[in-house]
Structure formats: structure tokens, C-alpha cells
Write a protein that binds this ligand. Structure first.
Ligand code: 13P
Length: 252
């Protein structure tokens, strides 16, 4: 039985006072009853406040990125030990915006995934094809290659701390959602790819989230698909009512 997860990726949104307000609103509304794991990923500068405010609640805090080294001359970067010192033990890696705008390659992401594993951090690892890949019928291959290149040198036990997020790039922030069937078939494919390398047991147990224009109105039908274990939510995670409605949709 895989517990569903609803994770909010705030991206580059919310100043410190705005973030405090949103977390206050979320804490008033979000009742996870242990049926759904809820994660929010505010910008780095808000993480310390977010950890303090959510201490003792069922909301977990994640970072949106991190560097692969422990420390060093990497101006502007944030390391795993820095996050862990704040009490942040979950990180989103390989988001398509990091891949597209900050040139994060599979090779860099492999190093980051290994760093997360070595530090015992939960890695929400994002994969997803571009529209042109899908139009060319290459979407299954593209996602398979992303997984293999970044994750397949990790040992089996690493996967107890890996959550895969399938986010088709054409559905992110566009209002265009993959159909529940498109999400299901890609999630099933991801399980097959994992099963071939690591065995059925692991493939059955890994949680795979869907991301890309998830909203209260479509979350229920997407989350109802058998291989979809919840969502990674962008825009709708910035509004407490919407995010809460999506958490509720994951319960049924
Ligand atoms: P939207 O929900 O805004 O489409 O963003 C999805 C996403 O990129 C989450 O990481």
C-alpha cells in the first residue's frame, strides 16, 4: 500500500512575510489524518521559518534544489549539509525548469542524486518529456533515459528515499494537463523500467507523483489512476484553498 503524497513546489514565489501567511493558512486548513503525506517546498530563504512553523505538524518541508558538493567555491549554491542543519531532509531534484534554464544535465543530476542518497535525504526526482518528444513518439524513451542516466548507479536501498515525479514539460504552468490515461501509462512505464533494473518489489513500492497543471478540478481523476501516487503541484500550491482541496482529493 503506497501512501499518497501531495507536494507543493512554490518555485520562485513568496517573500518571507507572504510565505509565513501561506503556511499559517495551510496549517489552519490542511488535515492530513495520516492518510496523505503533505510536503511543501518554499524558496531557500523561507526554509528556516517553514521548518519552525511546521514543527510537530504533518507537513514536511523540502528544498527545491541543492548542490552535489558538501561545501566549496560554488557561489550562490546551497549544500545538503546546509539544508540538513535547518532540519530539511527532502529535496526536489531535476525539475524541468532546472534542466532547461540552469543547464542541469543528467550527469549533474546523477551527482546530486548520489549526494541525496549519501546524506540520507529524500529525493523527489523529476522526469518528463518536452512536447516535441511526445509529438515524435519518443516520450517513453526520453523518460527512461532520464531515469537511467541519473539514478541507475544507485543501489536498491537508495529507493526507499526516492520519489519519482513525472512532469511532462508541456503541461507545466500551461493549464494543459496530461489526461489521466497519459499519466497512468507513463507511470506504469516508469514502474516497468524500474522493475527491469531493480525487480518488481521495488517497482511496486516506489511512489510516482504526477505534476503539470494539477488543480482542484482535475486532481481527483488523476490521483484515481492505479499507478499515480499523488501530485507535485506548482501554481495551485500557492493558494491555501486550492492546495487543501488537492490534498483532500488525494484522500478519496
Ligand atoms: P504547475 O502545477 O504550475 O503546472 O507546475 C507543476 C510543477 O512544475 C511542479 O513542480
Amino acid at each position: 500500500m503506497r501512501t499518497k503524497i501531495v507536494a507543493g513546489n512554490w518555485k520562485m514565489n513568496k517573500t518571507l512575510p507572504e510565505a509565513e501567511q501561506l503556511i499559517n493558512d495551510l496549517l489552519k486548513q490542511v488535515d492530513t489524518e495520516n492518510k496523505v503525506e503533505v510536503i511543501i517546498a518554499p524558496p531557500f530563504v523561507n526554509l528556516s521559518m517553514a521548518v519552525d512553523k511546521t514543527q510537530g505538524t504533518l507537513i514536511d518541508i523540502a528544498a527545491q534544489n541543492m548542490h552535489f558538493a558538501d561545501s566549496g567555491a560554488y557561489t550562490g549554491e546551497i549544500s545538503a549539509p546546509m539544508l540538513q542543519a535547518l532540519g530539511v531532509n527532502t529535496v526536489i531534484l531535476g525539475h524541468s525548469e532546472r534542466r532547461a534554464y540552469f543547464n542541469e544535465t543528467d550527469e549533474i543530476l546523477k551527482q546530486k542524486a548520489h549526494q541525496a542518497y549519501e546524506k540520507g535525504m529524500t529525493n523527489i526526482f523529476c522526469v518528463g518529456e518536452q512536447l516535441s518528444d511526445r509529438q515524435a513518439g519518443q516520450h517513453f524513451k526520453v523518460v527512461e533515459t532520464q531515469l537511467k542516466n541519473a539514478l541507475f548507479e544507485l543501489p536498491l536501498q537508495a529507493y526507499k528515499n526516492i520519489i519519482i515525479a513525472y512532469e511532462p514539460v508541456w503541461a507545466i504552468g500551461t493549464g494543459e494537463t496530461a489526461t489521466p490515461e497519459q499519466a497512468q501509462e507513463m507511470h506504469a512505464h516508469i514502474r516497468q523500467v524500474l522493475a527491469k533494473k531493480y525487480g518488481q518489489d521495488l517497482a511496486r513500492n516506489v511512489r510516482i507523483l504526477y505534476g503539470g497543471s494539477v488543480k482542484p478540478s482535475n486532481a481527483g481523476e488523476i490521483f484515481a489512476k492505479p499507478d499515480v501516487d499523488g501530485g507535485l503541484i506548482g501554481g495551485a500550491s500557492l493558494n491555501a484553498n486550492d492546495f487543501n482541496a488537492i490534498v483532500e482529493a488525494a484522500k478519496s
